[in-house]
Design a protein around this ligand. Sequence first.
Ligand code: GLV
Length: 296
Amino acid sequence: MLEAGSDLDLYDGPSPIGEAELAARLQGKHGLVCVLTDRVTANVLDRARDLKVVSNIAVGYDNIDVAAARSRGIVVTNTPDVLTEATAELTWALILAVTRRVVEGDRLVRRRGWKGWALDFMLGTELRGKQLGIIGRGRIGRAVAAKAGAFGMHAVFATRGARTTDLPEMSLDELLVSSDVLSIHTPLSEANKHMIDRRALARMKRSAFLVNTARGPIVDEEALAWALKEHLIAGAALDVYEREPEVHAALLDLENVVLAPHLGSATRETRTAMAELAVKNTLAVLQGRPALTPVG
Ligand code: GLV
């Protein structure tokens, strides 16, 4: 895709590039293709005088100071659509894993603790007839909802702003109180940091499950560990964390939580499509065309 004469500087270090090295390597560069662990701050952008485009290989872009980029005339792009189905599938994998205790059972078998079939052994929760509450009315939330019927669940969305007519919805508080599975599919913002805190968790049914495949800081991990330990909710399944790759120590000791290592979009098909879209976005801007999927 690159034209002859284009220069490519590939960072393939074992850990995310630090701000200082990123800023240094952006000297004289016109485009940046980055991932969600790269922090593209105002400081970095200040030093990248020639930069015209930042293409995130992710749908979320909370790792980029978009306002700072905009004020410097730098286009920011993300990778929507191509990862919707993979993330929705992973969400369902987590819902099924936590409600049917699949990972807990796997741990038991591996530590040679399984004593055999019994009528009341490792009973889980059936999904049929239950309510799936969805926070976030974007592509991924809707794709998760679209699969709810296959499991006999009915999906309801949290109201956002003015009431719309095309989706079943209720207030966030009503959703907390009435959902059997609550799944988060909203981008991280200043406004929703720790939206799921002690108070919110205490509003949920004791039999309910929380699933987060969006961004870690939306859930207060300390509060979640407390709620799981006190059995204020039945279980949780997380793919994202407040300080990745760190996971709150209290969660690691609990049986009633499934912990995935940020795998939402991690299929060969989707990651390939994401990388291709990011490169196409970069080339479009550098060749003077509009970006395919700009943010903001
Ligand atoms: C993954 O978390 C993404 O935002 O694409």
